[in-house]
Design a protein around this ligand. Structure first.
Ligand SMILES: [Zn+2]
Length: 316
């Protein structure tokens, strides 16, 4: 039987009907009415209705960015939807549909999809870092998704890498997310373009051609092997690699690190600097097995596939 996965973003709600092998049968995207919680829940219910029409489904998995309670009932804090503060989100959605509903953090759902069907298939312990607007984390330890005591474990992007550093949306300063997200990369590219540094020449050119640099322009410059853009992506990779070697390996000892999210589309140009700095930061180097660092397989469909599979595991 199929399951439904829903992935709620800041600008859109994506939904998919997913089979037992993690294959998407049907997919749907609608704009997110983020202004109030009631309209969001109505829009989510409408997507569920449309996807389940004419199909029997095991259940619905809903993935959203944010801190979710250990019992998966309450959205404590969502970065994208201001109305979701201590929101009983699961029951609000459950009231609008006859199918059982499961709520999960979006990065966790994405990590679960990679573990079950994607780049992490066959591993036992892996972590996933989703490099997009923020830096999402998921930890699968000995075959199980780590949720933690209060449900909010695996928030790897909010480890402070530079004490007293840049302001983070979580209220802290210097979180990895503020240096290694797509948002941070774009800001660094804009700063370089506006400076007089000769390394910024290509970015400056793209900036004047288009008015304002976007993530796509930065992606273009990286893929052209522009030295300025490569330096920025390499600095981003260094932050991640250092965290992997010095924090994630000692605590979690994963066999595999999967790098996903929009920025991972640059592939080896990001993975190589991550591997290099990981290798410099790892304890007992040369005397222990080394993990693999690979690119995610599903990119922006991971949340949908993972949420559907978690619902299947929970309700079948
Ligand atoms: Zn933070």
């Amino acid at each position: 039987m199929h399951a439904v996965g829903i992935d709620i973003g800041g600008t859109k709600i994506a939904g998919a009907l997913v089979d037992e092998a993690g294959t998407i049968i049907q997919e749907l995207r609608v704009p997110s009415p983020i202004s109030d919680s009631g309209s969001m829940v109505d829009a989510i219910a409408a997507v569920i209705d449309q996807l389940t029409a004419g199909h029997q489904v095991v259940g619905v998995g809903v993935a959203a960015a944010g801190f979710i309670s250990a019992d998966r009932e309450i959205m404590f804090h969502s970065p994208n939807i201001a109305a979701w503060r201590n929101e009983p989100l699961k029951s609000r959605i459950q009231e609008k549909t006859s199918h059982p509903v499961l709520l999960e953090n979006d990065a966790n759902a994405a990590g679960w999809a990679e573990f079950r069907f994607g780049a992490g298939r066959g591993s036992n312990s892996m972590i996933m870092l989703t490099i997009g607007t923020g830096v999402g984390g998921a930890v699968i330890s000995e075959g199980r998704l780590l949720k933690g005591g209060f449900g909010i474990g695996g928030e790897l992007g909010h480890i402070v890498s530079i004490p007293g550093g840049r302001d983070c949306g979580c209220g802290l300063k210097g979180c990895i997310e503020t240096y290694a997200s797509g948002t941070a990369l774009l800001q660094a590219a804009r700063d370089l373009a506006e400076s007089s540094d000769s390394l910024g020449a290509r970015l400056r050119q793209l900036n004047s051609e288009h008015g304002l640099l976007t993530g796509e322009h930065v992606f273009q410059a990286v893929m052209e092997d522009d030295p300025g853009a490569l330096k920025l992506i390499s600095e981003l990779g260094e932050q991640l690699g250092t965290a992997i070697g010095s924090i994630f390996v000692p605590i979690l000892d994963p066999e595999l690190v999967v790098i996903g999210g929009g920025v991972s589309a640059v592939g080896e140009r990001l993975l190589e600097p991550i591997r290099t700095s990981y290798s410099k930061s790892m304890p007992a180097k040369g005397y222990r097995p080394e993990l693999k660092i690979v690119k995610a397989q599903f990119l922006n469909q991971a949340g949908l596939i993972g949420a559907a599979d978690l619902a299947r595991q929970s309700f079948s």
